[in-house]
Design a protein around this ligand. Structure first.
Ligand code: AHR
Length: 503
């Protein structure tokens, strides 16, 4: 059976929000201490931020970074991380069994964001803390001055408010592992009261309600419905989290993960719409996919570092291989396919901890395999998401039926007159695809980038940092509105086109 993809200028899904390519920095393992921040590293700036890490973050064009957790935030006191360094306490981090020296706090993180050309999405502690701590944090970071907490910020050297626009109301509060775990009712009430308080300060602040931490949680999707029922009027987004993996060493199942992600997103959209209808509400609740990635090897018992209660332990240091990069590509496609409702997404996390880059102690920073699909989507996937119809063979797994052999998305940048098509070939063999480009007759292919490796287990290491690297494939042939593309076995492909200049 021939494989065809059909695209058309009029098949618009919606505008891709830049924040779809966000990431996440948690006080966890070596993400902050030994990742973005390392006073001992020769390539660090005067604040202790690693310049090589900052360069890669800018290369990725990360639009926003969720901070400071994660599980960490549910037992964090933000006041520990402000003021003179010599007065900051060292604290036990009960989420990850480490010690936090509090050398990076909210002010330093905002400084780092400015250097990284990104924005902060701040998470509030709704585990051990609540309204009062959140109220003081808001006053400290966003109020211009003339009050106790805003004047304290000024005294700490930050004359201007940080003006944080987006806030997460806690983290994974449905999870029994969460410090201060709650029922949907307990959480929904607290989240609503906190969000109402924030909106009473500034109605334009955007508030993210915690959805489920995984679509296989026993309380999914009742959790979303119950919590949103309580908080609908004061929140703007519901969060989703998903980590996938290949414990079974079954590639065809693993590479179909985005089918589960699609249906997860669609279920949460339905939950949001049901509550909107129930409330007779005008406000559409959108989605914040604020943790997603591959994560299955470096979990708990497999973490390399058993030294609890130390600073910057080696935790969750997942080494990504070729097949993980393909799965990350399909997850990016899933986000783009739902760009009409998923407005924020954060690849978890940014450095060292389940991350696209590894910062070596006293050494260089290395791009992991997953760096590349993330970079391509962030660099070329801004504009309007278009439907891509697939006409070709499918296969079944234990979990999913009718999995297409090609996983796709497309983004049309109307301002630059550019079109990017992202395709993961799930097949073990080459696929020759014919792509129909309705309305793009005057566009020409400019490049075909491919990421593939004959060994799905191949990864980048210190010894061979470029084992898995994107390459240029020969440009696809285009005639009128038809494009013929060769897709290598098990590969990530970016096909870029640009409008022909008028002579
Ligand atoms: O990203 C690692 C952890 O995964 C986060 O702290 C938590 O929110 C999730 O369970």
């Amino acid at each position: 059976m021939a494989t065809t993809l059909i695209l058309d200028k009029s098949f618009e899904i919606g505008d891709v929000d830049d924040r779809l390519y966000g990431s996440f920095v948690e006080h966890l393992g070596r993400c902050v201490y030994g990742g973005i921040y390392d006073r001992e590293h020769p390539d660090s700036d005067d604040q202790g931020f690693r310049k090589d890490v900052l360069n890669l973050v800018r290369e990725l064009r990360v639009p926003l970074v969720r901070y400071p957790g994660g599980n960490f935030v549910s037992q964090y006191d933000w006041k520990d991380g402000i003021g003179p360094f010599e007065n900051r306490p060292k604290r036990l981090d009960l989420a990850w069994q480490t010690v936090d020296p509090n050398l990076v706090g909210i002010n330093e993180f905002v400084d780092w964001c400015a250097k990284a050309n990104t924005k902060a999405l701040l998470a509030i502690n709704l585990g051990t803390a609540g309204l009062q701590q959140a109220r003081e944090l808001l006053e400290y970071v966003n109020h211009p001055g003339g009050t106790q907490w805003s004047d304290l910020r000024k005294k700490h050297g930050y004359e201007k408010p940080h003006d944080i626009k987006m806030w997460c109301l806690g983290n994974e509060m449905d999870g029994p592992w969460q410090v201060g775990h709650k029922t949907a009712y307990e959480y929904g009430r607290l989240a609503n009261e906190t969000a109402a308080m924030f909106k009473s300060y500034d109605n334009n602040l955007e508030m993210v309600l915690c959805g489920s931490s995984f679509y296989k949680m026993p309380t999914f999707p009742e959790w979303e419905m119950e919590a949103l029922d309580l908080a609908y009027h004061n929140v703007d987004y519901v969060s989703l989290h998903l980590y996938t993996g290949n414990r079974e060493q079954d590639f065809s199942r693993y590479i179909a993960s985005s089918v589960g992600m699609d249906s997860y997103i669609e279920t949460v959209i339905s939950a949001c719409d049901v509550i909107q209808a129930k409330k007779r509400g005008k406000k559409q609740i959108n989605l914040s996919f604020d943790e997603w990635n591959v994560w299955y090897r470096a979990r708990g018992e497999n973490d390399s570092d058993k030294n609890t209660w130390t600073i910057g332990r080696h935790l969750l240091e997942e080494v990504y291989n070729m097949e993980d990069a393909l799965v990350v590509g399909t997850m990016l496609n899933s986000l783009i396919r739902h760009a009409d409702r998923v407005k924020i997404a954060c690849l978890a996390q940014l450095v060292n901890v389940i991350a696209p880059m590894v910062a070596e102690e006293n050494g260089p920073v290395r791009k992991q395999t997953i760096f590349y699909p993330y970079m391509h989507a962030s660099q070329f996937g801004r504009g309007t998401s278009l439907h891509v119809l697939y006409n070709g063979e499918t296969y079944d797994t234990k979990e999913f039926e009718n999995v297409p052999f090609l996983d796709t998305s497309a983004v049309w940048d109307k301002n630059q007159d550019e079109l990017a098509i992202f395709i993961v070939n799930r097949r073990e063999s080459l696929v020759q695809a014919a792509i129909t480009l309705g309305g793009f007759g005057d566009y020409e292919p400019t490049e075909h980038i491919i990421l593939s490796h004959r060994d799905l287990a191949a990864s980048n290491s210190n010894a061979n940092p470029e084992m898995v690297l994107p390459k240029q494939a020969s440009k696809p042939l285009k005639e009128q509105e038809k494009l013929a593309v060769d897709l290598a076995p098990r590969s990530w492909n970016v096909i870029r086109l640009k409008k022909r200049p008028l002579n």
